[in-house]
Write a protein that binds this ligand. Structure first.
Ligand code: SAH
Length: 173
């Protein structure tokens, strides 16, 4: 934070949200992510196979490519402000540019697109949607806590940013 007119750089008080719910959500996300690897490496989910159609394959690959691109861009824009846990560190800056200009959670959108892509290209009722289900739960329970933390830290700056942006889908929500 820069104090108006002084050019003096102020440090923020560090804040980390480490509730059992937050830890559980991260574990769930990792489980959802690894289930497709179990499908690749073993016949554990062979009972749930189905035939893959061309339409879902093409749509799925597009979601994966766009998701990976957006993940890369959001990481680049967030820079050192990124963290796996919900936290604000001493030199934290509010990013409102790049892919953060129109939506507040482009990285979560990237992971949602990636999870949808996985659900479409993996022809298995367990391994396909595992990541999507885990991620939907994580998103539903984490976004509001993250935004509360950001309002606490950045106050009016984050409120103004929220007023001119949507959460995940530009122009919609
Ligand atoms: N929800 C964001 C970021 C996910 S990473 C997204 O989906 O793109 C989670 C961390 O990012 C949080 O601990 C928070 O401190 C930080 N963060 C979230 N939005 C931010 C922003 N606009 N500027 C700076 N840091 C942000």
């Amino acid at each position: 934070m820069r104090r108006a007119g002084t050019g003096v750089e102020l440090s923020r008080s560090p804040q980390v949200i480490k509730t059992p719910l937050e830890t559980g959500l991260l574990v769930l996300a990792w489980v959802g992510f690894f289930v497709p690897l179990i499908w690749v490496a073993s016949p554990a989910f062979s009972f749930a196979e189905y035939a893959l159609g061309t339409g879902p394959l093409v749509a799925g690959v597009m979601c994966l490519v766009i998701g990976l691109w957006l993940f890369y861009r959001s990481h680049a824009d967030l820079g050192t402000n990124w963290s796996i846990a919900l936290e604000v560190h001493e030199q934290h800056r509010l990013i409102t540019q790049g892919v953060y200009r129109r939506i507040r959670h482009p990285m979560y959108l990237a992971l949602a697109l990636y999870s949808i892509g996985q659900a479409l290209v993996i022809p298995n009722w367990v391994a396909g949607p595992s990541n999507l289900i885990a991620f939907a739960i994580l998103c539903a329970l984490r976004v509001r806590a993250e935004e509360r933390m950001m309002v606490e830290e950045f106050g009016d700056e984050y409120a103004a940013y929220s007023a001119r942006t949507k959460r995940l889908i530009p122009g919609v929500w």
